[in-house]
Ligand binder design. Structure first.
Ligand code: AHR
Length: 506
């Protein structure tokens, strides 16, 4: 069966925000400590304690934003513990992740330094679960105020004169779970309360992201949107209580107690993982439908600020550190999500894969012994897709898509999304079929398209992954499977592969 993808190149749709290619770094396992932060006395090359090769690899992705300090850790984090002279910072226990002692060496200044090195916008997740309104309000002041207010003066005393620009702020994290086990009504009130005190200081404009649902929590979305609507309808209310709701969803093949293995999986588990990943499309559609009832003009964004695979940890590693390998299957889970974000560009304004280095579906893995850095297959999908950042989405109408049954759902085996900017277009194609090649005719309408380059990401085995000894087992390669076709182009996708094709338009 040949699939047809009809793309009207002259009908640009909503812009795919570069922020859907965002990242997440929590104080968890070896993400911050050993991943980003090695300290100023480390042998590995660093800038002010921040690992240089990690920064360079992420800069190559044009990483648009970074969420920090949690996750669950965020609702136990008191920011004043992480400012001032490092040798005087208090030690705390990271009760969520491994019950290890945290010395607060990496705090506010180090995080903002990291963002500046990366060229990424900071996204700070504030503490609602165990913090206070005053604490959150003062953190905003500390970060973003320019005059001689008490918090601005404290920041200066700690060595930073200019305020930072902090465009994104989370009003807690998973308050339905680790962030306080709250009821939706309870949190809806708290979100209005806290966000009132997350003020714009000077010319810093804060985009406030309230805790939204996890996967199927449609009731939570309904309650939050009703609360938004109540306040928005009140002429005496000063401003919208929040600008976006978050959504969290993790892909696994098993259950929370036995999530499945990262590298030792069967062909059936390949399909189960991709079928579960494809549920992101369903969640975005259904949560958007609820939001549309209250917000038909789509003022409130959806921020998928935690997504990705969650497997059992690698044997021999700390179960609380969530260190997992990353295979070709993870790469196609990523492309499946990114395609869903592209298709919902009118509502999904931002997304953050969990988590950047050494934790869950990471971009980068660092070897604790040799210090070697490995780029994961997921990293390569992000890099191959960088051309979609801030480009206008193009609607893709698919016909004759092969399917399979997996995990009680019908899984389309071919996915295609596209975007355009100026006189160019980028088309991304996934072949989720574990064993068969698939053909796609790109029926290109409205403008003349000339292929100017294509790349493929695939490997000999579904389980292929990169290690310090074999860092390029899964790496992009030039692709010669794009041919002229009377209706546009014919793309011959190898089994289990990801392809990007660049077009010049005239
Ligand atoms: O990303 C790991 C954890 O998953 C986060 O801390 C939490 O928000 C989610 O449950």
């Amino acid at each position: 069966m040949t699939t047809t993808a009809i793309i009207n190149l002259d009908l640009p749709g909503p812009v795919i925000s570069r922020h859907v290619y965002g990242h997440f770094a929590e104080h968890l396992g070896r993400c911050i400590y050993g991943g980003f932060w090695v300290g100023e006395n480390a042998d590995v090359p660093h800038v002010r304690g921040i690992r240089l090769d990690v920064v360079e690899a992420l800069r190559a992705l044009r990483i648009p934003n970074l969420r920090w300090p949690g996750g669950c850790f965020g609702d136990t984090y008191h920011w004043r513990d992480g400012v001032g002279p490092r040798d005087q910072r208090p030690r705390i226990v990271n009760s969520h992740w491994g019950d290890v002692v945290e010395d607060n060496a990496f705090g506010t200044h180090e995080f903002l330094d990291l963002c500046e090195l990366l060229g990424a916008d900071p996204y700070v997740s504030g503490n609602v679960g165990s913090g206070s309104v005053q604490e959150m309000s003062e953190w905003v002041e500390y970060l973003t105020r320019g005059d001689d207010s008490p918090m601005a003066a404290l920041r200066r005393a700690h060595g930073r004169d200019e305020p930072w620009r902090v465009p994104f702020w989370g009003i807690g994290n998973e308050t339905w779970g680790c962030g306080g086990n709250m009821r939706a009504e309870q949190y809806a009130s708290l979100a209005r309360h806290y966000s009132t005190f997350v003020r714009d200081q000077g010319d810093n404009r804060v985009y406030r992201i309230a805790v939204g649902p996890s996967d199927e929590q449609y009731d939570w979305t309904e309650t939050m949107m009703r609360s938004f609507d109540d306040l928005a309808a009140d002429p005496a209310a000063p401003a919208d209580p929040f600008q976006a709701l978050s959504l969290h969803y993790y892909t696994m093949t098993g259950s929370w107690s036995d999530k499945g293995e990262a590298t030792r999986f069967t062909e059936d588990e390949w399909y189960v993982a991709l079928s579960r990943a494809s549920r992101m499309e369903e969640f975005l559609t259904r949560h958007s439908t609820v939001m549309d009832r209250y917000d038909p003009h789509r003022k409130v964004g959806l921020v998928v600020d935690e997504w990705g695979t969650w497997w059992n940890v690698e044997p021999g590693t700390n179960p609380g550190f969530l260190y997992q390998q990353n295979t070709l299957r993870d790469a196609l889970v990523a492309s499946t999500h990114l395609d869903a974000f592209h298709r919902h560009a009118d509502r999904v304004v931002m997304a953050n894969i969990a988590q950047t280095v050494n934790v869950l579906q990471a971009m980068l893995l660092t070897d604790p012994d040799s210090g070697a850095l490995v780029l994961t297959p997921t990293y390569h999908v992000f890099e191959m897709n960088a051309g979609h950042h801030d480009a206008a989405s193009l609607d893709v109408a698919l016909r004759d898509v092969p399917t399979t049954e997996a995990d009680g759902r019908t899984l389309p085996l071919v996915s295609v999304t596209a975007s355009t900017r100026d006189d160019g277009a980028l088309v991304s194609l996934s072949n989720l079929d574990a064993s068969e090649p698939r053909e796609v005719v790109l029926d290109l309408r409205g403008r003349t398209a000339t292929p100017v380059g294509a790349r493929v990401l695939t490997a000999s085995a579904l389980q292929s992954h990169n290690t310090p000894d074999d860092p390029s087992a899964v790496a992009p390669a030039p692709f010669d499977g794009v041919r002229e076709h009377p209706r546009g182009l014919l793309v011959q996708l190898p089994p289990h592969s990801y392809v990007t094709a660049e077009l010049r338009l005239s």
